[in-house]
Design a binder for this molecule. Structure first.
Ligand SMILES: Cc1ncc(COP(=O)(O)O)c(C=O)c1O
Length: 324
């Protein structure tokens, strides 16, 4: 996924701040397995095969705080102050060395971590005050997953760069993209050597016509079938059904927002992982596909799902948790 080279580094270079090279990611973040993404990501097991990734990447703490926030309905109340870690990094490294902060607004692959109320606003504020770009990786949250086009709309926090993929083509054909603010676009294109490609995106598969057609068709369906609104309408039912599992054996936390949910299992990571695997297998045998991520069952259904199907998913998980 392209977000580092032109959009971030060239932007700073073009405005005379090329020394801004440091990327701030977040623990438990996931941004794919390219060098930029792996460097910014905070998933230890993915990184340990590499002794050195991009130098200078540093990481904010993750926002998972079950002691204060377990079983929150939607956004948890506690933890906005975790964004203050960025202030400490600025004090340590100086803002003039920091290019960008990249986060998933709701962290998906790590087990659905919903941002605490006020947290993203605080990151936005700090980035704006210090000339640091804020990047939202909306590969999971984009295109209606949270009942709005993007998480940026849902939270009312506008990043400088926004990464998209998956829902862009409904996953039917591979396509990803980076949406840049007009400030970045104008700065980069204004400084590009005359005759040069503006935002450089000359990959072999850039602008693939099949993917572009799938993307346009997906956008049409999102609008004509009102799928983002549908996700928003279904969210309360989704939330109620998800949280109906809270007293079942082994359930330690349930997190949800939009049509996303994470059900964390087990008292410790090892037993939780084994339980998640067992739930996955039971569900699979009963026709329901769930995703076990370490000790958490991650759910991210198609936006076309109906109320009955929502009930089936959670009833099947309930049966799995009750099964010996
Ligand atoms: C939040 C997030 N960012 C990035 C990616 C990776 O995208 P790609 O595999 O296209 O690099 C994923 C994949 O699941 C993801 O969940």
């Amino acid at each position: 996924m392209r977000w580092l080279e032109h959009e971030t580094f060239f932007f700073h270079h073009a405005r005379g701040e090329g020394q801004r090279q440091r990327i701030v990611g977040r623990q438990r973040g996931y941004h794919g397995v390219g060098f930029g993404g792996l460097s910014a990501a905070g998933m230890g097991p993915h990184k340990k095969q590499f002794s050195m990734l991009l130098p200078g990447a540093v990481h904010l703490p993750h926002t998972h705080d079950p002691a204060r926030n377990a079983l929150s309905l939607g956004q948890p109340r506690h933890g906005a102050e975790l964004a203050d870690a960025l202030e400490q990094m600025i004090a340590t490294y100086d803002a003039s060395t920091i290019a960008a902060v990249i986060v998933e607004p709701v962290a998906g692959s790590t087990g659905v971590l919903v941002p605490p109320v006020g947290y993203l606003e605080q990151l936005r504020d700090l980035c704006s005050r210090h000339g640091i770009l804020l990047i939202f990786d909306e590969v999971v949250t984009g295109f209606g997953r949270l009942g709005r086009p993007f998480a940026a709309d849902r939270f009312g926090v506008i990043p400088d760069l926004l990464m998209v993929a998956k829902g862009m083509t409904n996953g039917a054909v591979p396509m990803g993209g980076v949406i840049a603010s007009s400030v970045i676009y104008n700065t980069v294109t204004g400084k590009a050597a005359s005759g040069a490609v503006e935002l450089s995106h000359g990959y072999t598969y850039s602008g693939d016509p099949l993917a572009a057609a799938a993307g346009l068709a997906s956008l049409d369906v999102y609008v004509s079938e009102g799928l983002f609104e549908r996700a928003a309408r279904l969210e309360p039912h989704w939330q109620t059904c998800a949280h109906s599992l809270k007293s079942l054996p082994g359930v330690v936390d349930i997190r949800n927002l939009g049509l996303l949910a994470g059900i964390e299992l087990g008292g410790d990571p090892v037993s939780g992982k084994a339980m998640a695997r067992k739930v996955y297998e039971h569900c699979f045998e009963h026709g329901v596909l769930v995703r076990p991520v370490a000790n958490t069952i991650v759910l991210s259904p198609p936006l076309t799902i109906g109320e009955n199907e929502v009930e089936t998913i959670f009833a099947t998980i309930e049966a799995a948790l009750k099964a010996d």
